[in-house]
Design a protein around this ligand. Sequence first.
Ligand code: TRP
Ligand code: ZN
Length: 882
Amino acid sequence: MAEHIVKRRLDYEKPDFLISETALTFDLFPEKTVVTSVLLVKRQNTKASHITLDGEELCLVSVSVNDKALSSDEYELNASGLKLCIDCDSVELKIVTEINPKQNTSLEGLYYTQDAYCTQCEAEGFRKITYYLDRPDVLSIFTVTIRTTDAPNKYLLSNGNLVKRYKEGDTDIAVWHDPHPKPSYLFALVAGDFDLLVDTFITRSGRVVNLELYLEKGRLQQGQHALDSLKKAMKWDEDTYGLEYDLDVYMVVAVDFFNMGAMENKGLNVFNSKFVLADAKTATDEDFFNIESIIAHEYFHNWTGNRVTCRDWFQLSLKEGLTVFRDQQFSADMSSYLSTRISQVKVMREHQFVEDTGPMSHPIRPDEVMEMNNFYTVTVYDKGAEVIRMLHTLLSAEGFRKGMDLYFARHDGEAVTCDDFVDAMATANNMDLQHFRQWYSQSGTPLIAVSKKENDLAATTEFTFTQVNPKTADQKEKSPLFVPIVAEFLDTSGKVVDAPSLTNSSIIVNEQHNSFSVEGTNLTPVLLDKFSAPVVIDYDYSIPELLHIIRYASSSYAKWDASQRVFSACIQARYAMQISNATPRGDKLINNRNTLDVQGVLSEYANVLVNADIEGDVLVELLSLPSTETARTGLKTIDPIAFEDASEYVQKSFAEHIGGHALACLSASQVATYQYSVEQVNQRALNASWLKLAVLNEDTRNAALLEIEQRYIQSDNMTDRLNCLKVCQIENIDLFDKLMSSFEQEFGHDAVIMDKWFGLHATTKRVDILAQLDLLRAHGQFTINNPNKVRALIGSFAFYNTLGFHQKHGAGYKYLGDYLLDLDKVNPQVASRIVTPLLQFESFNEPYKSLMKSQIERIFTSKGLSRDLFEKASKALTSSAN
Ligand code: TRP
Ligand code: ZN
């Protein structure tokens, strides 16, 4: 067991040695694979006399330097590496190790499941394969030989181009060569039997690229959407950024056992099969969307990540933030801008803002890391993308492209830092980005308080922006950031007034206080349109102002944002009322919201929706309530059960006001055969909203339930069927149970589809939910070794089953605690993700807070804890002590 030590960004030192060439030979056996590594080592620092190679959980067989075998007193070996003397400028190092892929349930390094070998090396998994300089700034040219005796027809894959494939007796051999120098985290090997879907792409300079999709046997037709997505992504990156693919073959392998979504290994992406396989019958619109976006994400990494990589892991957002931004741009171009942007903003508000209020708060470029796997976070990825997006807003599309061009011109083939990226943007645009850079070093969500003061004489309105940067678990001192706030101002007739003080439609807030004057009075400000910065706007909107925005704002996004505020205000008002009933002195909890006439507001809002001329794609968004995380904005702690009750009350009341109208709005089922198109996706989403509201409305409820059952049976696609299940999950448990059994009968054989079934069961409101979870864990499709199953069942429960998880006596928390301690032994990376809901104890009232915390204490003190869980549990306990 390697120790639990903290590494710091500022301690970075250049490597003393480089590895110019790496030749690996794998003799594959499930329980004993022999890895022979021949490294051409070059000394960089002439003062260095020893090299320390990273290695974990390896069995060392032999080491030799320039063909001379070392005896065991000529090197030092410990749980984290191998140290030996190199006192010259260039040596050939040969290292033989043995590993056990079958026993490797962590799914990091080389592992064997479902009769196939697979690797996952990012971030620091390569050291579980062989001793190496396992750091991203050591780039090497790899040649890989794969040898196996156990299956004549297997595919033997690695990065780059296939040099030869041949037989020696009964040994099958493949040799691969990757001409592009790369760090070890981009290495990949896959060996196994698959069905192969192929196509070609011709780059704009006329090169032919073979596209190869490797799928589980019998699933060939389910790969077409992924393949189509890949071609769209390749074309888009040429058109948008002038970036072409650079090898003769691009391979994508889908596997069922995988820790994350997918991995961008050079020329050989490995994917969670959930993000590859799709057809109308088995995948939802959301699945189709995610596949397109993740295929694109991994493809885009070929330039932003692989050709230009990270100097050290603290720079992770260099590749992830940028690549997420690029995949977001792509998705917006391929499907609806509005729904794409809204789903990104939801990730920010529901997950990233939450992360920043908890013990794991960190800047997009972290300063301290114990376990790197813990930093593949919504902060590094999604907030990282928002920071890039702000640059794009500030520099415009053309300026941003100039910056990208310069970034590649300067750094192709290098391992660089976030500062290098911002430097390229600044130089290419001749712009000072010094203040902006602070987004990379400061954690937390800025709160921008906005107030207005009217000057009747001059007929102007002054808006004052006050930036508050609350301290976070990791940083006490904060300073004002550079925040672009896209804004417009509506007059009483709903017209946008001229505001010359805006630059690029943005107000720049860059000090503690900034003021702006706008012509006119009685103005309604529309602030942070399109979520132009990852901040919270605190402006005391009245309900009439919000409805004014929903009627008249020029931006559909702004309408949605205003609608979220309307609902949130109602939920908070109802919640305050409930809490004050329970605790007599709770009257001052929420100023003036508790006097809100919730029914009146919902009725008026419903009226606006029915009468204003709102396009279908906007309407879908305006019909849905905010999540708890959004609705509770501004409340430091909540009682999760009371808050859920309040939210349900508002949902139901809204249905009473608008739901009568809902059944009539449903479009006939089976309008056309399923197609994944913008129009159809929107139509299905709208139908789902209407169905839900119709069921929640007493008058239409029975008719709607009949409709649901019929639609479930008749539908040709998973989207409609899942939507039906979700509605009866809330409102009619008997029908739900009936349809769920029929679902199981139909799809019980298919591991990928059954994740949806596990997820639905795990989020059902029932008093015996914990006993249900026990039963589900015994289901034939469930195994603790498969991260998708664990996430679908245990993850969905912990993240989304509010009533089941937050039980008065802590039984839900204990259930998760017990499970995590078992899971940590099998797969620490997955355990460390699912612990997240427990880390947030500071955001809840008693008794929830103490009960959650006691589970974290229990995890923290348990023996043999992984570095992953140790880091999170210890942070949670220290930050709560402060
Ligand atoms: N780099 C991958 C991506 O964002 C994600 C990744 C990081 C990953 N670590 C992983 C994937 C471990 C699987 C397992 O595309
Ligand atoms: Zn990525």
